[in-house]
Structures are given as C-alpha cells and as structure tokens.
Write a protein that binds this ligand. Structure first.
Ligand code: FES
Length: 156
C-alpha cells in the first residue's frame, strides 16, 4: 500500500511537474507570439503609420541610402530610426518613402520594383504613392519624410 501510495504521489508530482513545464512553455510561446503580433497588429490599423513616422521624426537627418542605390522607377528596403521603411524613386531625383509596416495586420512589406509586396496575405502597394493596389489591406502605407541631399537620401 505504501509503495502504491508513493508511486501515486510520484506519478502525480511527475505529471504536475510536466504540466507546469508544459504550461510554462505554452505561455512563453504565446507571450512571444503575442508580443510580435500584438504590437504589429495593434499598430497595424491606425498607429502603424504613426510609429515609424515618429521613429523617422526622431531620426531627422539620418543618412538613409545612396540615391544611386534606388533604381529610377524602382524601390528598396531601408530603415529610418530603426523602423523598416520603403524607398522609391518614381522619377530621377524624386524619392518617396513609406512605412514598411503593412496596414492590414502589421507584417513588414518588401520592396519589389515599382510595387511593394506584403508577404503575409498578398497585399500590393504602388511604390510611387504607397496606395493599395491589391488587398486585403485597405489603407495606404504611411508616408515618411525624406529629402534628397546631393547623392544621398536623408530622413526628414
Ligand atoms: Fe500585409 Fe496582411 S499583413 S497583407
């Protein structure tokens, strides 16, 4: 009887321990994924364009890219103030920049020539205007201020 009781207690402890560890792992997984998607998703709707723009505002004067690195009629990925942005040069010497945070659910949109493409759900944006060409995103990418200074593109 004692052996059986001891075994039961050990089994219960072992199961409890496993459950606690499993629960901790699950919580840790949720927390990690919540941190990533919650921040992105929460910001994805309204605040997304504001967050990178604020980062960009803090980074005024930051060297962003060489003008020559942005194809005329094309685009590149970059960062301003640590935030992902997209740079495009619709016409020679004219550079526009947009937050790379998708207005759908906050994924990072990638430069793709004259378009910006979101890898998560397939939204496509016009690189010259940031406007949505293909949903599910409904809102354009947030504009970010940049200036051409000689052969460089700077924030602000
Ligand atoms: Fe970009 Fe859904 S997050 S299309």
């Amino acid at each position: 009887m004692d052996d059986a009781r001891e075994l039961s207690r050990r089994t219960a402890l072992a199961l409890g321990g496993t459950g606690a560890i499993g629960g901790a792992l699950v919580l840790a997984g949720c927390a990690a994924s919540d941190d990533g998607s919650a921040a992105s998703t929460a910001d994805g709707s309204d605040d997304d364009s504001a967050a990178p723009t604020n980062g960009a505002a803090d980074a005024t004067g930051e060297d962003v890219a060489a003008l020559a690195d942005i194809p005329v009629g094309g685009s590149i990925d970059a960062t301003i103030g640590g935030e992902p942005v997209l740079l495009a040069q619709p016409t020679a010497g004219e550079v526009v920049a947009y937050s790379a945070i998708c207005t759908h659910q906050g994924c990072v949109v990638a430069a793709a020539g004259s378009k910006f493409e979101c890898p998560c759900h397939g939204s496509v944006f016009d690189a010259a205007t940031g406007d949505v060409e293909v949903g599910p995103a409904l809102e354009p990418l947030g504009s970010v201020a940049v200036t051409v200074d000689g052969d460089r593109v700077v924030a602000g």
